[in-house]
Design a protein around this ligand. Structure first.
Ligand code: HEC
Length: 139
């Protein structure tokens, strides 16, 4: 058991040390957002169930862009389609698209843009943690 933990630790160290553009993983992003959320709500733990309600919720802010699934679809392992430009959007689920949730800069850019349009404000750290948890596990 000790040896196993040690090898996991070394793997993490190696991953952290690669310094590539793909330094983040869905799990590291989720725990980062969860840690931020826990500052406001001690004991916060990401919930795939809340993430699921969030992604399909009709926010009533934008007529055309009612929910996240409007463009990303309900099957997150399948392609989505931009509701305005009709452009194909690659699947959100890392299971189908390993590039997803590997860049904090990209994730932040799109959370900001899409949350503002769909939700009418920026998403909270808690919402981001739940979202990634669901998309990675349940999507
Ligand atoms: C108007 C269409 C549209 C809607 C609605 C939409 N998105 Fe997106 N989303 C996009 C596009 C376009 C991209 C970037 C293209 C790509 O990465 O394939 C993207 C990318 C993302 C990414 C980047 C993921 C990664 O690591 O590559 C996240 C996170 C995201 N969207 C979250 C959301 C959330 C949360 C909502 C709902 C609040 C939402 N989106 C609603 C069009 C949309």
């Amino acid at each position: 058991m000790i040896a196993r933990n040690k090898s996991i630790f070394l793997t993490l160290l190696l991953l952290a040390g690669t310094g590539s553009a793909f330094a983040e993983t869905p799990a590291s992003l989720t725990s980062g957002y969860a840690a931020e959320a826990a500052k406001a709500a001690p004991g916060f733990a990401p919930s795939a169930q809340r993430g699921q309600s969030f992604i399909s919720k009709q926010w009533g802010v934008s007529q055309k862009m009612g929910s996240c699934t409007t463009c990303h679809g309900t099957d997150l392992k399948a392609d989505g389609k931009h509701v305005i430009t009709d452009k194909r959007i690659a699947p959100l689920a890392p299971a189908a698209n390993p590039e997803r949730f590997t860049s904090l800069a990209k994730v932040e850019k799109w959370f900001k843009r899409n949350c503002t349009e769909v939700v009418g404000r920026e998403c909270t750290a808690a919402e981001k943690a739940d979202f990634i948890q669901f998309v990675t596990q349940g999507g």
